[in-house]
Design a protein around this ligand. Structure first.
Ligand code: DC
Length: 229
């Protein structure tokens, strides 16, 4: 089996990970994997089964569930046990509970296992999340860490809801992002951190096209170095 070229993209919520990762994967013809969608799917399942406060039950659900990410026409469709949950996993309720559910070590173990399997047999992968460069693929060929100011991230999230016709208060969105940042960065198991060898890109003041080009340039440099030695 030939070794895959793995690009890990990590960063906080609404830092531009999904858009950049999807476009970079599209340009390179690589497989795109949104690991946040997997944590969201398990959170949805925990809400539906009324087991948010029972870690063992949530871990059992995570181990037993099948999550498929199907990339079509510029979007990722998410299937949970063969049910399309693409829209449901973006609800306000899932946003509220996803960070506490992601803290559970057994949930992380189950999903990291699935993520490593997904990456097998693919020559190129762009995987985005919080712990991809630090834990899931510590030997990734290229590690990118995206950041953006809280103000900018709030505006992006509000626009996302607006485009779906959902009314939200700016205050509520900002406070959800801040609380997720706090939980995601301070949890014991694989917190959101910038891997020492990751390249940081602040997306606050660049366009999407520019941030994609910055990453593609890094890919070219890394691939060039690999080929030369
Ligand atoms: O990228 P996102 O906002 O869709 O991620 C939702 C949540 O999932 C995020 O707040 C923390 C969790 N997550 C994680 O713990 N590890 C990952 N690799 C990806 C997401």
């Amino acid at each position: 089996m030939t070794k895959s070229f793995i690009i890990a993209i990590d960063g906080p919520a609404s830092s531009g990970k999904s858009t950049s990762a999807m476009l970079v994967a599209q340009k390179l013809g690589y497989l795109y994997i949104d690991t946040g969608a997997m944590y969201r799917a398990i959170t949805l399942l925990a809400i539906e089964n009324n087991v948010l406060n029972n870690s063992d039950e949530v871990i059992a659900l995570a181990n037993a569930s099948k999550i498929d990410l199907v990339y079509t026409a510029g979007t990722t469709k998410v299937f949970l046990n063969a049910r399309d949950v693409t829209e449901d996993i973006r609800s306000k309720e899932v946003n509220k509970f996803v960070s506490p559910i992601s803290k559970i070590s057994g949930v992380r173990e189950a999903l990291v296992k699935k993520q490593r399997i997904l990456a097998q047999n693919n020559s190129g992968i762009v995987m985005e999340g919080r712990d991809i460069g630090s834990v899931v693929f510590p030997d990734a060929d290229l590690k990118i860490f995206l950041t953006a100011s809280i103000e900018q991230r709030t505006v992006r999230r509000v626009k996302e809801y607006d485009s779906k016709g959902i009314k939200v208060s700016i205050k509520e969105i900002k406070s959800n992002l801040e609380s997720r940042d706090k939980i995601d960065s301070s949890r014991e198991n694989s917190p959101l951190i910038k891997a020492p060898d990751a390249f940081e890109v602040d997306t606050s003041k660049v366009t999407i096209e520019q941030q994609v080009e910055i990453i593609l340039e890094k890919v070219r440099q890394t691939a060039g170095k690999k080929n030369n030695g």
